[in-house]
Design a protein around this ligand. Structure first.
Ligand SMILES: [Zn+2]
Length: 282
């Protein structure tokens, strides 16, 4: 990808333009998916960099910040909260080991209806729903499967937060009526039944601005306390609890590209999406 090839000079240019710019005080939510074994070393190295250069905050600290009480000790820095979408098996094992070593607490967004499937049925649903049919089940990486309810329970008992990512990872803007309600409310009810509740966080599937509507946000706000999107940008006390931003991190991208994300170089091109997200009335 061209933007990956250009990321090193782009990072230098971005840093040069930021020297005299006023520093915005906010936090980012980083969004990861599956972390395959071959990316685990790069993943842990990256998290250590984020912790040292920016700082890590917990889900509780992020919630307090959204309510107007930022944590102390991060002046002049943009700390990050870690989040993981889709509930892949790697999140429940290898990732949680890395987080333990760093002393980090994260948000894990799971698809409770897909976790109830097993074997080939689950692989077919991962291909059709999570990858939106762009890949056939047979072509999925062999290791790809979802965490079990025991994995999720272990994450929760380690102090991580389990949030809902829909019941079956459907695009909410393609659903209506009872289907929409089920995808939103039943997703959390199933987690509560298996792990205990309440479930405070929802992250809608696909995360883009085309994946959310006022109708869906009304249902989300009736059941949950926060909705995390996949729209890039900083969060602070002015960010609505149902318009929370997140920055997807591609572990296959060059390190300089991931630093561009961390340092906000991509924020401007998401300004329209953030404005639309903020304008949804729920
Ligand atoms: Zn997803």
């Amino acid at each position: 990808m061209l933007r990956y090839h250009l990321s090193a000079p782009w990072l230098l240019a971005h840093r040069a333009t930021r020297i005299f710019a006023p520093k915005a005080h906010g936090f980012r939510i980083l969004l990861f998916h599956d972390v395959p074994a071959e990316n685990l070393t790069a993943f842990e190295f990256f998290l250590a960099y984020v912790k040292n250069a920016h700082g890590l905050i917990t889900p509780d600290q992020a919630a307090a910040w959204l309510a107007g009480a930022p944590p102390e000790g991060f002046d002049g820095r943009t700390p990050c909260l870690l989040s993981f979408d889709d509930g892949f098996h790697s999140n429940g094992e290898a990732v949680s080991g890395c987080l333990d070593r760093l002393g980090a607490k994260a948000l894990f967004f799971v698809n409770s209806g897909l976790m109830d499937l097993s074997g080939e049925n689950q692989r077919a649903a991962i291909a059709a729903n999570i990858f939106d049919g762009r890949i056939k089940a047979k072509a999925l990486a062999p290791h790809l499967r979802l965490m079990s309810w025991d994995d999720a329970a272990r994450l929760k008992s380690s102090g991580h937060i389990i949030g809902a990512h829909g019941l079956t990872h459907r695009r909410l803007t393609k659903l209506g009526g009872a289907d929409l309600e089920r995808e939103i409310a039943v997703a959390g009810e199933r987690i509560e039944a298996c792990l205990g509740g309440p479930v405070d966080w929802y992250a809608y599937a696909f995360g883009d601005i085309g994946g959310i509507s006022a109708e869906a946000l009304k249902l989300i706000s009736a059941k949950y306390r926060y909705c995390r999107s996949g729209v890039r940008g900083l969060n602070d006390a002015n960010t609505g609890p149902f318009a929370v931003r997140a920055d997807m991190i591609d572990l296959a991208a060059p390190e300089s590209y991931r630093k561009l994300v961390l340092e906000g170089a991509l924020d401007r091109r998401y300004a329209d999406a953030r404005a639309r997200l903020d304008s949804l009335e729920y």
